[in-house]
Ligand binder design. Sequence first.
Ligand code: ZN
Length: 247
Amino acid sequence: MSTKFPPWAARLVAALILLTAVPAQADLFQYCQDLLLPPRNAFTDGRVEAAFARIQEYWRTEFIERGWPYEPARLVLHSGVVDSACGALRNLGPIYCGLDTTVYIDLAYFTSEWIEMFGPPDLALLNYVLAHELGHHVQFNRRPHLFSGNHYTRSEMIALVPRVEMQADCLAGVYLHYAVKNGDVRKSVAQKAPDLAYGFGDDVMDLRSLGRGVQPKKTEWEHGSGVQRSTWLSLGLTSGDLTGCEP
Ligand SMILES: [Zn+2]
């Protein structure tokens, strides 16, 4: 007869073992709680709206201080298909549409398939995803033609998109740098962002698909490798300087 530990006991043991490797910091309690409790879905209406408002307020203030005009972005939460100025959005992860300056978050998207591929939709993911999408809105405010759809040729856009994505990651890092200092986001949450950005790299996503027996979709629209994305995010997170975000 074999004896099996219940899941909570395994988590407790893992927590005790890992405790030796964790520095005594203010958010140690939260760290232990994260290990002991099953991950919660942070993508609820209230949490998404609150994080969106905080990030947008940061950028609005930053723009005002620099004497730059800032047009606010909108947030649309939906489940399943939704119409946008960029067409009908279905089965897509979080997305920023520059034609209607709106961030669309499909709350039904974080299914078990998503969790299997990308991990839990926790607070770290919530903050990274919204900071990245609003990074695109910062780009829109500075260079609206990036999102006009007819300013560049197709081949110019194909070359430009990875740089736009890496810059949005860097801008997400800049916001997280501020949010940690300001106490809006825990340091342990912000520190997960480079790994999350890595996980959305083209090469990493391809490998993950292959690992699940799915042939990766070949596309010319690359978003940057895992290393590139995490490097640019880390740059913004460490420096807190948006002027350094120019891939
Ligand atoms: Zn993006």
